[in-house]
Design a binder for this molecule. Structure first.
Ligand code: PLP
Length: 696
């Protein structure tokens, strides 16, 4: 069963709402503006749903009309308010000097402010109201700015953290000010009473898809007497407040949700929601040592939990949870695809690590006790796997054998971990400061001792990171300045059958190391490689020929922003180091199934081991090999030596990592490297076994 814990991004559509939408399309398809029977039926439905919304929102007066969603409602409100501010300015009335919005507001709000401020030629300063460490507005600041504010925008509850705004405090700070007030009610709908009338809120947009209705339907409340300018004019629908034929199916669906909410028997009462939150917090704390909540002591929506686990990045947790079919998001859903730090947590001044590791879990008011119990069990399973794989702060009981070469990346900077599971030793090449903690944890989790830290370049920042790693792992004591236990001249470490040697020939201040096996140089950790799509001669390669450099030796770069992974040494001592064309590596589902049915191809799962461990049994594809992307370099030579006509099909969760692996292999000369398009997320075929032979 999928455990959907991303209700703040969107909710599923209530079955009664689905039926209502279908019924509206089948029988109630009339145009509410028509005066015949079909039109009248549709009009009746629209009026009924509006009446229900007025009751649920506590808005007996003022305008309440249907929109496409909250973004439209926000734009309509901002356009209305700013048009009024321009009118006041042009009439010589007391002119506003600033537009204010909460620093943690949904991006639609500042975007709309900037847009209409410029479009209407107001050019007022747009200022963010600071928030404290709990995410609550600085009311003293707001009180001081209120006299000169033209419009103030403050959300009722935050979509990332669930923090509830002090609307009474804000109303108080605005008392006596001529400012108009917009309250984004999206995350509060069905959970908090906004007291729209009592608080004299001017505009309040709402969204159906956060409240079990489909996407494309929303509501905007406008206080009686508040200035209004329509965003859409047209056929005079919604009494001229919003042109365009009404979305009857959406309105019918929203109506079904509002009726269910009013009936009160489907939605969980507040006490149950609070108990569910407490259960989830307990399960998370037990499963992930070092977990902190990102909302401090502020009052929060009971349905939202934003947390971070020290030393475990949000990307890792999201991959782990998704593999376990637990759907959560990192930061906000809109920014999740971009892997940017959350501006909400930044505005709250949370430490960098808490922001980098932030995960948002949000459940719905329809989720009952059995669902929450199942969610807790699944989270506990994720925690167990993380501990077993040595990725939590606890050392695992069993140490899994590491691949020979593991690559960790921060931005474009690549760091290589050369490991020997048998001797329990590891050598790290080119660490960067941000990777010191993950490397330390990685070594700890695999019961590996750090033997040496090597750098391909002499630079203060590189040196500092190397010393931090030595200190963090106990390779040397802080401040002693003692060198590594390994000295390149005296000692020749052997790592998993590969001899590590220092290679000559590079300019001063640069170094290169080679991993040699059977007298052949298999890998060269070469530092910066020249960026060129055309094969480039690298004069220093001649020096290395004496050390076993051959056609096919893999050159590993220190920086790899393009996803090159490795360059392959050509016959004439040259290598091309640009990605060139983005090779068409995508294999669609039908082609993939055809290959599987023939029993053809080498199927390589490039997800990390912990993702495979938590996978719901019986799902996905049973791989021929499992090689996480971080360990890809260890397996590349083996695939390159194979029959090039054997298709190698990489797959992962979404098709992103597998595409990187397939492109890297294609570039290095394998003509039949593929990536399963859309990854396991789109894979619907029954599990097929391809004689497992797990590598990682
Ligand atoms: N405001 C808040 C607080 C939200 O969470 C969202 C959606 O994420 C929006 C506005 C935008 O809503 P819609 O998707 O209906 O345009």
């Amino acid at each position: 069963m999928e455990i959907y814990l991303d209700a703040n991004a969107t909710t599923p559509v209530l079955p009664a709402a689905q039926q209502a939408a279908l019924a509206a399309m089948a029988d109630g398809f009339g145009n509410p503006s028509s005066i015949h029977g079909s039109g009248l039926k549709a009009r009746f439905l629209v009026d009924q749903v509006r009446a229900s919304a007025r009751r649920v929102l506590g808005a007996p007066s003022g305008q309440l009309f249907f929109t496409s969603g909250a973004t439209e409602g926000i734009h309509t409100s901002v356009l209305s308010a700013l048009s009024e501010l321009r009118r006041r300015r042009d009439a010589g009335e007391c002119a506003a000097q600033a537009l204010l919005y909460g620093a943690t507001e949904h991006k639609a709000v500042p975007q709309a402010l900037h847009h209409w401020n410029a479009m209407l030629g107001l050019d007022l300063p747009v200022l963010a109201i600071p928030v404290d460490g709990n995410g609550r507005h600085d009311l003293a600041w707001l009180r001081a700015q209120a006299p000169k504010a033209g419009l103030v925008c403050t959300m009722a509850a935050n979509n990332e953290t669930g923090v509830i705004s002090d609307l009474d405090g804000i109303a108080d700070a605005l008392r006596g000010s001529a400012a108009l007030w917009l309250v984004d009610g999206v995350q509060a709908l069905g959970k908090l009473s906004l007291q729209l009338i009592e608080r004299r809120i001017d505009y309040a947009p709402f969204s159906g898809h956060k409240f079990y209705a489909p996407k494309g339907i929303g509501l905007l409340y406008v206080r009686a007497g508040a200035p209004f300018t329509p965003l859409l004019t047209g056929g005079g629908q919604e009494a001229g407040w919003r042109g365009g034929t009404e979305n009857i199916a959406g309105i019918a669906a929203l109506g079904a949700v509002l009726s269910a909410w009013e009936a009160g028997d489907l939605f969980q009462p507040p006490a149950a929601l609070a108990a569910h939150r407490a259960q989830l917090v307990q399960a998370l704390r037990e499963s992930f040592p070092g977990l902190v909540l990102n909302c401090g002591d502020a009052p929060c929506l009971p349905t939202t939990l934003n947390f971070a686990v020290r030393g475990v990045g949000s990307r890792l947790l999201l991959d782990l949870f998704d593999a376990a079919e637990v759907r959560v998001s990192g930061g906000s859903a809109c920014s999740a695809a971009k892997a940017e730090p959350s501006y909400v947590l930044q505005a709250m001044g949370l430490p960098e690590w808490q922001n980098q590791a932030a995960v948002r879990l949000s459940f719905g008011a329809l989720d009952g006790p059995e669902f929450i119990a199942a969610a807790c069990a699944r989270l506990r399973r994720c925690g167990q796997v993380l501990r077993a794989r040595g990725l939590s702060s606890e050392a695992p009981a069993q140490a899994y054998a590491p691949p020979l070469v593991t690559r960790m990346q921060h931005g474009s900077a690549c760091c290589y971990l050369l490991a020997d599971g048998d001797s329990g030793e590891c050598i790290v090449v080119d660490p960067v400061a941000e990777l010191v903690e993950p490397i330390t944890r990685w070594l700890h989790g695999r019961h590996l001792a750090l033997r040496a830290v090597l750098c391909t370049e002499e630079a203060p920042a590189v040196d500092a990171a190397a010393w931090r790693l030595r200190e963090a792992t106990g390779l040397c004591r802080a401040g002693t300045g003692a060198a590594d236990a390994w000295s390149a001249d005296a000692d020749r470490p052997v790592l998993a059958g590969h001899e590590l040697i220092v290679l000559p020939g590079l300019p001063r201040g640069r170094q290169a190391w080679g991993l040699r096996q059977d007298a052949k140089l298999r890998y060269v950790l070469a530092g910066d490689l020249p960026q060129s799509a055309a094969p480039t001669r690298m004069p220093w390669l001649d020096h290395w020929a004496a050390h076993g450099a051959v056609s096919g030796t893999l050159l590993l770069p220190r920086a790899d922003g393009a996803g090159l992974f490795a360059a392959r040494l050509g016959d004439a001592g040259s290598a091309s180091t640009c990605m060139g064309d983005d090779n068409a590596v995508a294999l669609d589902g039908a082609a993939a199934k055809a290959l599987l049915a023939q029993g053809a191809g080498l199927w390589v799962d490039v997800r990390e081991a912990y993702e495979r461990d938590v996978q719901v049994p019986g799902r996905g594809i049973a791989a021929s090999q499992s090689v996480p992307l971080s360990g890809l370099l260890s397996a590349l030579p083996q695939w390159l030596e194979q029959e090039v006509h054997t298709p190698v099909v990489f797959y992962c969760r979404s098709g992103n990592r597998s595409a990187q692996a397939a492109r890297a292999l294609r570039r290095l000369g394998h003509a039949s490297a593929w990536s399963l398009a859309g990854g396991l997320a789109l894979w619907s075929a029954p599990a097929v076994d391809c004689s497992p032979e797990s590598v990682a």
